[in-house]
Design a protein around this ligand. Structure first.
Ligand code: IDP
Ligand code: MG
Length: 138
């Protein structure tokens, strides 16, 4: 069993797609083991996306992810990291396969609805950044 970190991003919240996205992940067979609604501050956003700190889009990305409340969650399942990434689709929503969340609901490379950890290492780091051990209750 593996755990991975998921964010329902501001664009998805504003478009009332949170339920749809959570539902798709659950229907895939993944289990919610932690979930909360938060409004990320700049410091947390910069830490969460620190790997991208030298990219041209970094400041815009921090601005975007802190622009409204979002949902942070931990999903658990067999190969959960890969399963969530595949269910999300490619980063650029235009290039994401139809049937994926980004491929079905988006067109944008930045406002792409959902975040999912890309490796075991980033999953561990991201989960611990947003959740205390006793908040993972599933
Ligand atoms: P991922 O979310 O598919 O893992 P990453 O490359 O880790 O994609 O990028 C993190 C986030 O930064 C993306 O989800 C997207 O919101 C934003 N982003 C990535 N590439 C670009 C870009 O070229 N322009 C603007 N925003 C981008
Ligand atoms: Mg990423």
């Amino acid at each position: 069993m593996e755990q991975t970190f998921v964010l329902i991003k501001p664009d998805a919240m504003q478009r009332k797609l949170a339920g749809t996205i959570i539902s798709r992940l659950e229907k895939r067979g993944l289990k919610i083991v932690a979930m909360k609604m938060i409004h990320m501050d700049k410091t947390l956003a910069q830490r969460h996306y620190s790997i991208h700190k030298d990219k041209a889009f970094f400041n815009d990305l921090v601005e975007f992810i802190t622009s409204s409340p979002i949902i942070a969650a931990v999903f658990e399942g067999e190969k959960a990291i890969e399963a969530v990434r595949q269910t999300m689709g490619a980063t650029d929503s235009v290039k994401a396969s139809p049937g994926s969340i980004r491929g079905d609901f988006g067109l944008d490379i930045q406002q792409n609805l959902v975040h999912g950890s890309d490796s075991e290492e980033s999953a561990k780091k991201e989960i611990s950044l947003f959740f205390a051990p006793n908040e993972i209750v599933g």
